[in-house]
Design a protein around this ligand. Structure first.
Ligand SMILES: [Zn+2]
Length: 247
């Protein structure tokens, strides 16, 4: 899978108001998707922010549409072979309608929740898409998997590119900060080491994810990817001479 690349797609940003940040002040947050280049087709993971007057008044987004965001990386909608949403809140599926009949993979439970729960998302964003229900882990192209990573929502999923020297993870909103990711990763390591309880609770899927040996993890809300240290050596992979190719 050496030919698989991951590129960031910039859908703009929004301003989370002070009452939602817990810091006493507003915070500007990015809205990122990712394009996975694969010999058998291009995958778009997340499609940006939807729009409604009351939502825009609340979050004051600076929105970049799918066409413009793809053009910025030299791609266009017709290049996309399939798509996926990490979940169906309005800031992850805003451009789905522009994808036409391109199949869009979401976890079945996420699709049901979005269709049945009032105010879960902007309903028009999930109308007209050719959704493909993923029930658990699904290999969408050779070496590229969708994997349930619930927490932010019950049907949240991440995308995993399995490679010979570890995995590249496109983790959507499984964690909001690198600090949260590192905390779960370290709690998993302590459990693996048989460290004395009590230890922090972590989502059950963290074990499956860590066993894939993540070497780079991309998030929807973090402009820089996380490069976990190798738990076996405690040193960054780069220092051990492994490939850092990632596209
Ligand atoms: Zn969300």
């Amino acid at each position: 899978m050496a030919d698989v690349t991951v590129r960031r797609v910039d859908f703009g940003y929004f301003v989370r108001p002070a009452q939602e940040t817990g810091t006493g002040g507003p915070r500007v947050e990015p809205c990122l998707g990712y394009v996975i280049g694969h010999p058998q087709g291009m995958i778009l993971f997340d499609t940006g922010m939807g729009s409604r007057p009351e939502v825009d008044a609340h979050y004051r987004p600076r929105r970049v549409g799918v066409r413009e965001a793809l053009a910025a990386i030299g791609a266009q909608v017709s290049d996309i072979g399939l798509a996926a949403n990490c979940h169906l809140h309005f800031d992850h599926c805003g451009g789905n309608q522009l994808l036409g009949q391109i199949p869009v993979f979401v976890q079945g439970i996420e699709l049901d929740t979005a269709r049945q729960t009032p105010d879960y998302t902007l309903p028009e964003l999930i109308e007209g898409s050719r959704f493909e229900r993923a029930e658990g882990e699904v290999e969408v192209l050779p070496g590229v998997f969708l994997m349930p990573t619930p927490g932010h929502t019950d049907g949240h999923q991440s995308l995993v590119v399995r490679q010979r020297d570890g995995a590249v993870i496109v983790a959507g909103q499984s964690h909001d900060t690198a600090t949260q990711y590192a905390a779960d990763q370290l709690a998993w390591r302590a459990r693996r080491d048989g460290h004395d309880q009590p230890l922090p609770d972590i989502p059950t899927w963290v074990d499956a994810l860590q066993r894939l040996d993540p070497r780079v993890v991309y998030f929807a809300g973090l402009t820089a990817p996380v490069r976990p240290p190798d738990p076996a050596a405690g040193t960054p992979r780069r220092a051990r001479g492994r490939s850092t190719r990632r596209g």
